[in-house]
Design a protein around this ligand. Structure first.
Ligand SMILES: Nc1nc2c(ncn2[C@@H]2O[C@H](COP(=O)(O)OP(=O)(O)OP(=O)(O)O)[C@@H](O)[C@H]2O)c(=O)[nH]1
Ligand SMILES: [Mg+2]
Length: 200
């Protein structure tokens, strides 16, 4: 035990730190349980086919979700507009499909954030298929980085072999057809290199 002027102060700080360490440990245990329950719930295969709309934050996932589901969920140019994503059942050729909006990816996503968003992102893991939305109005190098890290994140979530349709969004922001074609070629080339869907 430290005596003197600093004694009480150091002791005080240490006890506060111990308290927070205990709180963090408790919350981590609760989060683990939520993850487990949620995974078990999502893993049930009795539901109708589901399509998860995934991709970088601000790519336009919710805009596409709204268009397909005729809904009006919040859309905005800031990052992480969607924090608690919505699911909605739509009909395609008389077949019921569960459409799932998701939380956006970011580059070099820190493990803590992955943890916090893991529960919502794990919806993607149990979806029948994925629409991967890419904003093609930005620079080629950034598109390449985003695509690569998006496939990395899917891998970190334990996803492989699931059918994925890569959707080129915001093409209206590009002013000529040649430019759009070159972006489409770029995303097709990278996607083919990085991912092998298994469709049965
Ligand atoms: N020009 C243009 N803008 C679009 C298009 N799709 C979406 N946007 C705009 O892009 C911004 C982001 O759209 P959101 O649908 O909120 O994107 P998100 O991927 O859901 O974003 P987060 O929820 O933050 O991950 C909004 O300002 C939209 O209006 C498009 O096809 N063209
Ligand atoms: Mg959104």
């Amino acid at each position: 035990e430290q005596q003197g002027l600093l004694g009480a102060g150091v002791y005080g700080v240490e006890s506060i730190l111990r308290l927070y360490h205990r709180k963090i440990a408790k919350i981590s245990r609760q989060l683990e349980n939520i993850k487990k329950n949620r995974e078990q719930m999502l893993n049930r295969s009795t539901d109708i086919p589901s399509i998860a709309i995934a991709g970088y934050t601000n790519a336009g996932k919710t805009s596409i979700f709204n268009a397909l589901a005729s809904l009006n969920q919040k859309v905005d140019s800031s990052m992480f507009t969607t924090i608690t994503p919505k699911k909605y059942k739509i009909k395609v050729d008389h077949l019921g499909i569960m459409l799932i909006d998701t939380v956006g990816f970011i580059r070099g996503i820190p493990p803590q954030i992955i943890d916090a968003f893991f529960v919502t992102l794990s919806e993607i893991k149990y979806a029948t298929g994925i629409l991967m939305i890419i904003d093609i109005s930005i620079e080629d190098t950034i598109i390449m980085d985003m695509l690569k890290s998006s496939f990395d994140i899917l891998r970190e979530l334990g996803i492989s072999g699931k059918p994925i349709i890569v959707v080129a969004n915001k093409s209206d922001k590009l002013n000529n057809k040649e430019l759009i074609d070159s972006k489409l070629n770029l995303i097709k080339k990278i996607s083919d290199e990085l991912y092998y869907p298994i469709i049965d």
